[in-house]
Design a protein around this ligand. Sequence first.
Ligand SMILES: [Zn+2]
Length: 617
Amino acid sequence: MKKLILMPCALCLVIFSISQPDRWQQRVRYTMNVDVNVQTNRFTGKQRLEYWNNSPDTLTRVFYHLYWNAFQPNSMMDNRSRRQGTIVLRQGRNGNDIVDWDQRVRDRIQNLKPEECGYQKILSLKMNGRSQKFKIEETILEVELDKPILPRSKVSFDMEFESQVPLQIRRSGRDNPTTKVRYSMSQWYPKMCEYDYEGWHPTPYVAREFYGVWGDFDVTISIDKSYILAATGYLQNPNQVGYGYESKGTTVNRPTGAKLTWHFIAPNVHDFVWAADPEFVHVSRKLKDSLIVHVFYKPTNATAQQWEALLDMAQKALPFIEKTFGTYPYKQYSFIHGGDGGMEYPMATLIMGPGAAIHEWMHSWYYGLLGTNESMYPWMDEGFTQYAEARVTAFLNNSAAFPYQDEYGGYYNVARSGKEEPLSTHADHYNTNFAYGSAAYSKGAVFMEQLGYVVGAQVRDKILLEYYRLWRYKHPNAQDFINVAEKVSNMKLDWYKEFWISSTKTIDYAIDSLWEENGKTNIRIKDIGLIPMPVDLQLTFKDSTKELHYVPLDLMYGAKPSEDSIPRKVYEPWHWTSATYTVQTTRKLTDIVVAEIDPSQRMADINRKDNRLELKW
Ligand SMILES: [Zn+2]
């Protein structure tokens, strides 16, 4: 017989103290002036970029993103999308092939006419007043510097550029046929690539995921007077602009002339978005002293009531969100009708309809504040956001049902499909959009809920807040998250990262057998899968009482605290190399009516059928 240890619940009172991580990061300050011609859909721009090289490295070249060059026939994005269209995922109900392409992109780029393409042309580029040599490789601008940027020094780049707004294909662009929104202006300016401890990240724009340098934006946009703008940041001339931005009781006096100039500033963000339409309806509400939420919409593909209900949603959700995920620190947030689905930006989102609002808002945490390199860790961006969305939605609906059913379902689906790739895959390198989506969104969300199974839900919630406190305004990676989780939980979790993130191995535990011996009942649990996990085994007896038998995993070097009031026995750790483990109860075998591994269903067991055994006597 194995020795039983009763673990006191006071284990949850682990005291931790973690200091701020010390990692250098680059810094930018953009000052941009753009002048938009709404007839030609082109604009000219001047950009001053102050760039702080806080690294210990000497930089001999720099890179910028020129995202809109992707919206031209035969671009890398076009080629990639059309190749995805040749990958058959499965047969549809009517016998047609279901292919792997993004329905929004498909082969549309190939069919763009010259006036519908996007482009970003660099007219001139200077560093500290001296002209610089540069070359453009489609969506990446590479600048050979005439003098290197020394460690811990600052330079200024001055650029003149000209852009044409593409017809809306993916995320940004003009004249989306469904929303009828004229301008969705994301990825719209030449944007410095990030340089970090891994070097430069000049990732060609082929599909998805972004990474930017932390800094401040000062953006001035001149556009036809009839247009109403929504943007990242704080409008500096609200009483001159009006359109719902003006202070109460102000008479708006717009300057004469055909155009109106909008001036926004945005502190401590890593991107800047804006949108414009002459028919935007603008409503807003103060949610707390330091925060106004705005909604900009056209009643085209959703009603005015549906859009304006977002203000009530935001008001109800904000206290719960801040308590669970951390404070929203900016003074404004805007839900903006635009784009082609839902896409997150600092202090704003472009959404096609109100249904995408909660997910995109939650990106203010996992993207906006915790600025992970999404190409490398898309699951920390999309997965954590998906998790937060499900949790906030359950709160809003006052639902007691398990909120992550869809996320677990999506994960099981890809895990059984044979197309799964590890979460450590670069976002652009997944073989299929299907595998990327299931991994980044579903398996990434499961990572977080399943972490609650491993360390205990309350401990996981402390991890969320500590992760936010330590890593906001920075670029956390997977190991940074694990480090926080280990310190808060006082457990080793490297194995969880290795198995769940770096492999496609799966979890499968089963109830093997039950037998009575010497007045005790033995329950043998079997590990069939390739990912070891701690095991919660719950016994339900004829008299409706329950017992929880908890077997920690040896690799954890710890045990989770009790999560509820069910009497719990804590066992010696399960050595991960062992195929079976036997627990015991003093109750008779014929008293047991149900034996179930993980009744909470948070452990993503690929075959749950053998987790539960109902006994009929
Ligand atoms: Zn998302």
